[in-house]
Design a binder for this molecule. Structure first.
Ligand code: FES
Length: 332
């Protein structure tokens, strides 16, 4: 028989609890090869029938068993419990993050689905249905959407998204991956309007690159990379009039000057108007200055002035030139 383990579950019943609490269950897992879901089922079926959670397929297909395991979002049906044990033979399980808790491990995913709907994840086309009835894609074209197509919409990425956690306007990794899948679908005819909407506040440029979604995703979606795909496509199609695009191009411009990333210059290159500078940037800069958060060298903010170049600046120039040659979108 397997050694006893402890699963520590964060529990909450809105009818009886003012706040959540931890409950430990110590037991022998059904077998050495049990999944974490098998263990949670064991608790439910043999120890405590009040434990509440979602599951259905037990095969990493339906996406319903996403929750936080040892602090990170994931499916509990697609890995063995042994992979999650800490030094005390304990596994911590909590409800998915970024969603209100309904009961125990069950969350209200309404906000998640609203984000998915917001990107209009359907192919839009006015083309007449051809005689044979199918609009085919080449394998090469399909390779651009292959990864995003594997999304099972479990919400594990959304659970861990730091950008969404601080700004609920952000569409989040799952919805943006879904958007990438439609934008790169050659049968869709709405790419332009889609990229325009996705370039706005809350869209593709508001991801903070924390990589938490890549870690959490149980499939090969890699949402952050799909967001980068969207940004590249937006650049290729000249969607430059937004803070995100200006920020990305300003980043390269600054590095090209001296090899240093001068953080004080970057916001100046990102804003689109004097009004935005006065209403948004200046007050934030003053607050940061008061809290001693940054100390720019004022001389570097003058046009044509910058840090003395880093040693081996020519190596950095070579990298930038090579990148631009590889993808013309980077020249724009
Ligand atoms: S139970 Fe369906 S994905 Fe885990």
């Amino acid at each position: 028989m397997p050694e006893p383990i402890t699963i520590r579950v964060k529990r909450f019943d809105p009818e009886t609890d003012a706040e959540s609490y931890w409950q430990d269950y110590t037991f022998e897992p059904p077998s050495e090869d049990s999944t974490l879901l098998d263990c949670i089922n064991h608790i439910k079926w043999f120890i405590d029938g009040t434990l509440t959670y979602r599951m259905s397929c037990r095969s990493a297909i339906c996406g319903s068993c996403a929750m936080r395991v040892n602090g990170g979002g994931q499916l509990v049906c697609n890995s063995q419990y042994r992979d999650h044990l800490d030094a005390d033979n304990t596994i911590t399980v909590e409800p998915a993050g970024n969603m209100p808790v309904v009961k125990d491990l069950v969350t209200d995913a309404t906000g998640f689905w609203e984000k998915i709907r917001a990107v209009d994840p359907y192919i839009r086309s006015d083309r007449e249905r051809e005689a044979e009835g199918e609009h085919l894609m080449s394998p090469e074209d399909f390779s651009n959407i292959d990864d995003a197509s594997t999304c099972i919409m479990c919400g594990a990425c959304y659970s861990e998204c730091a950008s969404y956690e601080i700004d609920k306007n952000f569409l989040g990794p799952a919805a943006l991956a879904k958007a990438q899948r439609v934008v790169h679908d050659t049968r869709d005819e709405e790419q332009g309007p889609r990229l325009a909407r996705l370039s706005e506040y809350g869209g593709m440029w508001d991801c903070a690159h924390c990589f938490a979604c890549v870690q959490a995703c149980p499939k090969p979606v890699n949402p952050l990379y799909r967001i980068v795909d969207l940004r590249n496509e937006a650049h290729r199609r000249n969607f430059h009039d937004n803070n995100g695009s200006r920020h990305a191009r300003g980043f390269v411009d600054i590095i090209e000057e001296s090899g240093w990333l001068d953080e004080a210059k970057l916001p100046l290159k990102s804003v689109g108007s004097l009004k935005e500078f006065v209403t948004d940037l200046l007050p934030m800069g003053i607050r940061m200055g008061v809290k001693n958060k940054f100390r720019p060298n004022p001389m570097h903010l003058l046009p044509g002035r910058h840090h003395p170049p880093v040693p081996k600046m020519n190596e950095i120039t070579k990298i930038i030139d090579k990148t631009k040659a590889a993808d013309p979108a980077d020249n724009e």
